[in-house]
Design a protein around this ligand. Sequence first.
Ligand code: SAH
Length: 489
Amino acid sequence: MKLYPLFADLSRRAVLVVGGGAVAERKIAALLGAQAQVTVNAPTLTPQLQRWVAAGRIAHRRDAFQESWLDRVWLVVAATSDVELNRVIATFAGLRRIFVNVVDDAALSSFHVPAVVDRAPLTIAISSGGEAPMLARLLRERLETLLDHSLGALATLAARLRRRIRLRHPDLAARRRFYEGLFAGPVATLLRQGRPEQARQAAEQALAAAPAASTGSVVLVGAGPGDPGLLTLRALRALNEADVILHDRLVSAEVLDLARRDAERIEVGKQAGHHHTTQDGIHALLLQHARAGRRVVRLKGGDPFVFGRGGEELEFLRDHGIPYEVVPGITAAVACAAYAGVPLTHRDHAQSVRFVTAHCQSSRDTLDWAALAQERQTLAVYMGVAELAELRARLIEHGRAPSTPFALIENGSRPEQRVITGTLANLAERAALHAVRSPALLILGEVAALAVSLAWFGQPPLGATVHEIPVPNVARPIRTNALAAVHRA
Ligand code: SAH
C-alpha cells in the first residue's frame, strides 16, 4: 500500500479550490457535504457555483491565485485546466506542508479523493492510488447496489445506543455478539422496510433481554490450498464470527485477510525453524480461549481431516466438553489436481486414487507398497518433497513402471504455482533441478500425463522433452554430467 487512507474532519475548516469549472464544482459539492469552509478562486464560475456564492455557502476570489492565501487553509484543490498553474499551486502547498489534490495528476497530488459510497455516518472510500480510477468507480457502483441505503439509519441507531450497550454488555465478546444480532437481525430488517420506530422498539427489546450466557466453542475450519476463492461459505462465516483464530503457517495471507479485522490471530505453525507450537500447546490454547467464552476458529490448510491432525484436536475437545463444529476444506490433492489440469480419476487411466504421506520413517514402513505400486491408479503424495528418491525406489522395487508420469505441484492454486512434470524414473532429479520446495504435492499415475495438455492455470508445466532429460538408470545414482546437460538445456 502506497497511500495511507484517512478520513478528514473538515467541518468549519478553510479549504481553497482553484478553478471554477465542472470538476471544481464536483469537488466543492463533496467539501460542502463535509461542512468545509470553501473559497473558490477563478475568474468565472459554473451557474451552480455562482448560486452557492450568491447564497453565501462559499466565498469567491476572482483575482489571480496568490501564494499567501495558502497560509490559512487546511487543504487545497487545484482544479484548473492550466497545467502550469496547477504545478505552482502544488509546489507552494508542498512548501507549506498543506495537502494538495491536483485534479487528474496523481504525481502532483499529496492526497487523492477516493470514490465514495455514502451511507452517512458510514462512508466507504475506494482508491486505486490514481492507477485505475475506472476500476475504483466500477467497484463503487457494485457496492452501491450491494449496500442498502438503510445502513446509514442502522449506524445512527447503533450510535445512539452505544453507551447503553456498553453498560449492558461490558464484556467485549458479548458486546460483539449483541451488535451482530442488531446488525443482522430484525432491527436491520425493519429499517430496510422503512419502519424506523418499530426498529427502535426492537432494539430496545433486545437491549432489555437477558444477555445469553457465553459459552465458548471451536470451529475446525479447512482453509483450502491458498486461493481464497476456494473457501466455503461456511468457512467465510466462521472467519467473520471468530474472536480468536489459531492458524497454521500453511494458511495463506489472502485467506486470513478475509477474517474479522479485530479477531485475534495466533500462528501455531509447526514448521521446523519457525515459531514452534507443539500439538499439546495447540490443545492448551484451544482450551484456554474456548473456556474464556470465545468463539475459536482453528484454521488449517486444505481440509482439517486430511493429514491435518484435526481428529486429535476433536478428541481433545470432546474429552474437555468443549462444543465443536467442523467445516471441510478443499484438500491439497483435489485443489492441485484441479489447478494443474490433472483429473485424479479418468475412465481410461485410473479407477482409484489414494492420498498418502511418506513423511516419516514409520509411515514408510507401514505403507502397503505393493498396493501403492499398482497400475492404473493415482497417488497423491503429501509432504513428500524430501522423500522423492526414496519414494521412487520403493515404488519401482514393487513393480511400478519407471515410465509412469508424474506432476509435482508447488504452491498449488496460488499465483506462484509451478507444475513440474516427468516420469517416475527422473522424479527426484526433476524436482531438484527446479528446486521444488514445500508446500508441494506429487500426483503420480497415468493421469499425470494430462497436466501437459489440460493445463489452464498459471505458467505452463515445466515439462521435459525426451532429449532434454536423459532417463537415468535408476539402479545407479544419476551421473553428474547428465545433470549438467540438463542444466545447460
Ligand atoms: N490438511 C492439508 C494437508 C496438510 S499436510 C490438506 O488437506 O491439504 C501439508 C502438505 O499438504 C504439504 O506438505 C503439501 O504436500 C500439501 N499442500 C498443502 N497446501 C498445498 C498447496 N497449496 N500446494 C501444494 N501442496 C500443498
